[in-house]
Design a protein around this ligand. Structure first.
Ligand code: PBE
Length: 266
């Protein structure tokens, strides 16, 4: 099957996610850089994208999605990233934790845990897969915390429990961030915090932490995906460094498709 056919079969449409995601801007840029004038990136949501991917996969139909790692879809289906010789989607990314200014003084215990928090793609993948298989978000996070006591103890060692203080976490409803935010919420709850979790669009997530309306987020993809948001808000918040290394974004297709590179869409 040639690339021309793929374009026609797909109505020259890449299945995207929420318009505020960094990967949507990168996908638009890819259309530009690779001269894919006929193509468009359709905005939807992570949930709608994975639904469309699953439906196409079950019928061995072509589909191109905006995809990222860590994500459960790579465990559920045989997928590949399209090669990106122009490097539009960047190299490996890290996911950073950011907190509001003053959190260290106001909530030193939470600050310490958030500063210590670091895990792997496999760790996050376990929670994501569990949720994908039908477990409630918070229960999946709790199960992981209980099964990974050693790791969690490294983050909380020497940190004093607190008595019901409220901490506000913000996130975006991407599967990866649903997993990480629920997990850290469980850890903070176990320490004695009352945790609020607010799902927002990406730019409002950054803005909330920068303006001190929220206390923390664990969902900043750097140096590429959220660089535009870091530029706008980075000066007004505290970067606690990477909580996960080796993330990635790109255009993703099922293995059974005959294309291997974004250039094949020209
Ligand atoms: N993502 C998941 C986000 C960051 C985390 C790749 C969909 C984005 O594109 O902004």
């Amino acid at each position: 099957e040639g690339a021309g056919d793929v374009g026609e079969e797909l109505n020259y449409t890449i299945t995207g996610i929420d318009a505020g995601a960094g990967i949507m801007g990168a996908a638009e840029e890819a259309l530009d850089v690779y001269g894919l004038d006929e193509w468009q990136v359709q905005a939807s949501s992570d949930a709608a994208m994975t639904q469309a991917l699953g439906d196409a996969y079950d019928n061995e139909e072509p589909i191109i999605v905006t995809g990222w790692t860590p994500h459960w879809k790579f465990a559920a289906y045989d997928l590949k990233y399209l090669e990106d010789p122009e490097g539009v989607f960047g190299e490996a990314e890290d996911i950073h934790t950011f907190v509001r200014e003053g959190l260290e003084e106001d909530m030193p215990e939470a600050y310490q845990v958030l500063d210590n928090f670091q895990w792997t793609e496999e760790d996050m993948g376990e929670i994501m897969m569990d949720i994908q298989e039908g477990t409630d978000d918070r229960e999946a996070a709790r199960a992981w915390v209980e099964e990974n006591e050693d790791k969690v103890n490294e983050w909380t060692e020497g940190v004093d429990p607190v008595d019901g203080e409220t901490i506000d976490l913000v996130f975006v409803a991407w599967d990866s961030e649903i997993a990480s935010t629920n997990m850290i919420a469980v850890v903070l709850e176990d320490l004695g915090y009352e945790v609020n979790m607010d799902p927002l669009e990406a730019n409002f997530m950054f803005q909330a932490v920068a303006e001190g309306e929220a206390d923390a987020m664990v969902a900043a993809w750097l140096p590429g995906t959220h660089s535009h948001l870091l530029e706008d808000y980075g000066d007004d918040m505290i970067d606690l460094g990477a909580n996960l290394e080796g993330a990635a974004i790109g255009l993703v297709v099922p293995e059974y498709m005959d294309i291997d590179s974004i250039e094949d869409l020209q």
